[in-house]
Design a protein around this ligand. Structure first.
Ligand code: PEP
Length: 254
């Protein structure tokens, strides 16, 4: 954690939850934010699109941010089943995740599409959380740093600045597996990502852009990950579905 970047703790609920439990979890977290405050971190919830309205209502005035899990590149049109960045902004979303490895794998999304989605998010006034990460085979082949640097080069949106861009480093082999990058491994990749940002977008963006770690972050490993110099928060999947666990992860930043 660096003094110049406020850690962001983001919950990616993925395709989980119904109105009742989703709204209850969001209300629980909103209550904790209101009573305890959020000194030292920011919190973001990215529920499925079906719950955005209910979660947005539950967290109103709590300081918790609301985000989408994906957006279309176009602002509107004949794209059955898709949701535009403008529609997310209309629901008071401030952030949207783009390029999650599950979307890259399930929907064949490549860097060019991720870049276009990030640009759509920025055009709609939101912050794009651009996800990158290597597969296990790429790590075993010693390609991690080149892979993630290439993903950032290919998916960095035009117009990115310190207010509208977050990078999430999520090793694919660590997502939902209970395996986590060792602290030294995570720090090495985050430093590569920051250097890549510096090379593309300059020192101001590199110094102030938050780079989140994601991949089986839990209450038991959050503190050592959040303590790393170039880790500026977490993108949390499974553990964000339990308010106690998610809150404990946030507390690791305080
Ligand atoms: C994710 O999918 O973004 C993620 C980090 O999941 P998990 O925390 O469950 O590994």
């Amino acid at each position: 954690m660096s003094q110049q970047r406020t850690p962001l703790i983001a919950g990616n609920w993925k395709m989980n939850g119904f109105l009742e439990d989703g709204a209850a979890r969001a209300s629980d977290l909103a209550g904790r934010m209101k009573s305890t405050g959020s000194d030292g971190f920011q919190m973001l919830l990215c529920p499925p699109a079906t719950l955005l309205n209910a979660v947005g209502t539950a967290i109103a005035d709590s300081g918790i941010f609301l985000g989408g899990q994906d957006c279309h590149v176009n602002p509107s049109g004949a794209h059955t089943g898709d949701i535009s960045a403008a529609m997310l902004a209309d629901l008071c979303c401030s952030h949207v995740i783009v390029g999650h490895s599950e979307r890259r794998a399930d929907h064949g999304e490549d860097d060019a599409l991720v870049k276009a989605k990030a640009e759509a998010a920025i055009a709609a006034g939101m912050c794009a959380i651009v996800c990158v990460g290597e597969t296990e085979a790429q790590r075993d082949a010693g390609e991690t740093n080149a892979v993630v640097a290439g993903q950032v080069q290919g998916s960095l949106p035009v117009g990115a600045d310190t207010s509208n861009l977050v990078i999430a480093y999520e090793p694919v082999w660590a997502i939902g597996t209970g395996r986590t990058a060792r602290p030294a491994e995570a720090q090495e990749v985050h430093a590569v990502l920051r250097q890549t940002l510096n090379d593309i977008a300059g020192g101001e963006v590199a110094d102030h852009c938050r780079i989140l770690y994601g991949g089986s972050v839990k209450p038991g490993n959050a503190a050592e990950l959040m303590a790393l110099a170039d880790v500026d928060g977490a993108l949390v999947g499974g553990a964000s579905l339990e308010a106690d666990d998610f809150w404990s992860i946030a507390m690791a930043c305080t």
